[in-house]
Every structure is written in C-alpha cells, then in structure tokens.
Design a protein around this ligand. Structure first.
Ligand SMILES: C=CC1=C(C)[C@@H](CC2=N/C(=C\c3[nH]c(/C=C4\NC(=O)C(C)=C4C=C)c(C)c3CCC(=O)O)C(CCC(=O)O)=C2C)NC1=O
Length: 250
C-alpha cells in the first residue's frame, strides 16, 4: 500500500486554495496540530500520525483537513469546507479512507436544502456532468447509513476501489474537478441578507454539523488511538466546531 496515499491530495488542495482564495490561517487548538499514537500489537504495531490543517477566507468560515497516516493499516484524509452562515453554499466534503480491506471514497458538495429544486439547480446541476463522467469508472460504493442520506446530493461520488492505482489516478482527478467546481460556486456566491433565510441557513448548518459530530465514523478509530477525552475535544473543538464557536460568540 502507498504509505502517503493522500499527501498529494492535501498538497494539491492547499496550493489550489492559496491560488484561488484570499486565504488566512484558521486557529487549531493546542495539542491538535499533530498527534502521534500506536495501533496494533507486536509485529503488526504501527505508528499513527494525525495532523490537522486549518484555513479560512472571506466567504468560507473554516477549511479544514484531518490527515491520518498509519502506514499499511490506515490512511485517511477528511477534508471539509464550511461556508460562512450568511451564504447558502453547500459544504465541500471529502472523506478518503484506506483500511487493510480496501479504499472508501466519499466526495460531495453536501446541500443545505437537499429537496429544494431551486437549490439543486444552483448547486448540484453544475456538478452533475463531472459526477456522471467519474461514476462511469468508479463502481457505486453500496449501502451507507440511511440517516446520512439526507446530507448527500445527487452528485455524491461514493465508491470502494480495490486498487491504489485507481485512487492515485481517477479518484485524484475527481477530487481536483470537484474542488475546482466548488471554488467556482464560491466565487459567484453573494451574501444572503434576508433575516428568515439567514435563520434557515444557520439551522441547516447546525443540523449537518450536529449529525456529523454525533455520528462521526472515525470516533472509534480516534478513541482507540488517542483516548476518548482527546477525541471528543477534537471532534467538537476543531473537526465540527460551529456550535462551540457560536456558544463562545454569544
Ligand atoms: C453526513 C455524513 C457523512 C459521512 C458518514 C461521511 C462519509 C462516510 N465515511 C465513512 C466511513 C469512514 N470515515 C472515516 C473517517 C472520517 N470521517 C469523518 O467524518 C472524519 C472527520 C474522519 C476522520 C478524520 C473512517 C475512518 C471511516 C471508516 C469507518 C470504519 O469502517 O471503521 C462512511 C461509511 C459508513 C460509515 O462507516 O459510517 C461514510 C458514508 N461523510 C459525511 O458527510
């Protein structure tokens, strides 16, 4: 297995963000920039390093990545972009996971208002051609949690490739095209001023972040690696920190 499978994805994302956005650093709570741990026993013992990366820009509240490098047994890049709550932009969500059994790839522009045709026209339709292109080469990933389906768009690229080579080529190209398309949407987005619409947006953002923080599929992994106290603080204090930030602001 390629030991740094997702480093090129992270490097590409950061350089693209620097080129296309007025980027600033997003504060990472102390003790969460880098975390080392051990997984497995005896000969199968592996060091697992988790690094965090955080940025922001005028329309994007938090652009953050968690990169887990655990050699042969585990490689993860979770990269999510959270818009400022006065924009109705979707979330950019990339969950790229490699376990001994194979790869799990989830890539989407996760809608605030999934069943709203006007919203789909604005934020899903532009991505569908890219989705259709890559879906031809990437087999559907099969079932995933029913309750999570409300958070995914019709352009959700979900697949479980077996070969590293597919991740290094097709998935990487899809990641680049989804990110470019997302930044196009950001560029043309204008701030929402209508009070009731702003309330709806904030409510939808809180619902998404609340779900992800509660049902984070990585909770077990991080708890085994770094303990539950560190894990809960990482999830609520950095990975999905909107509620925490709002509590501080009020
Ligand atoms: C809205 C929900 C939502 C997701 C669940 C993920 C998309 C997603 N991620 C998944 C699985 C998954 N995702 C991760 C990793 C992470 N997922 C995260 O949200 C974060 C912050 C991760 C780490 C930094 C791992 C380690 C697994 C494998 C868990 C395991 O098998 O042990 C799955 C498979 C089903 C599952 O195990 O739950 C989906 C659908 N993106 C989303 O937006």
């Amino acid at each position: 297995m390629n030991m740094t499978l997702y480093q090129p994805f992270l490097d590409y994302a950061i350089s693209t963000l620097q080129q296309r956005l007025d980027l600033a650093l997003y504060p990472i709570p102390e003790g969460f920039e880098r975390k080392e741990g051990i997984m497995g026993k005896g000969k199968r013992q592996e060091a697992v390093l988790t690094t965090s990366h955080g940025f922001k820009s005028p329309k994007l509240r938090q652009i953050r990545a968690a990169h887990v490098q655990g050699g042969n047994s585990l490689q993860v890049l979770n990269f999510v972009i959270f818009p400022e709550p006065n924009y109705d932009l979707p979330f950019f969500g990339a969950d790229l996971v490699t376990l001994p059994g194979g790869h799990l790839i989830a890539l989407d522009m996760q809608p605030l208002f999934r069943d709203d045709p006007t919203y789909q026209e604005k934020y899903t339709k532009p991505v569908l051609p890219i989705f259709e292109k890559y879906q031809q080469d990437l087999e559907w990933g099969g079932d995933f949690p029913e309750e999570a389906q409300q958070f995914f768009s019709p352009a959700f690229l979900w697949t479980r490739p077996q070969k590293d080579e597919v991740v290094e080529t097709t998935v990487f190209s899809a990641f680049k095209e989804y990110l470019a398309a997302y930044l196009d949407l950001v560029e043309s987005a204008s701030p929402v001023t209508d009070k009731s619409r702003l309330d709806e947006i904030l409510k939808a953002q809180k619902r998404y972040l609340g779900y992800r923080a509660e049902k984070d599929p990585a909770r077990g992994m991080f708890t085994r690696l770094y303990g539950s106290e560190w894990t809960e603080e990482y999830i609520h204090g950095f990975l999905f920190d909107l509620e925490r930030k709002l509590a501080i602001a009020n």
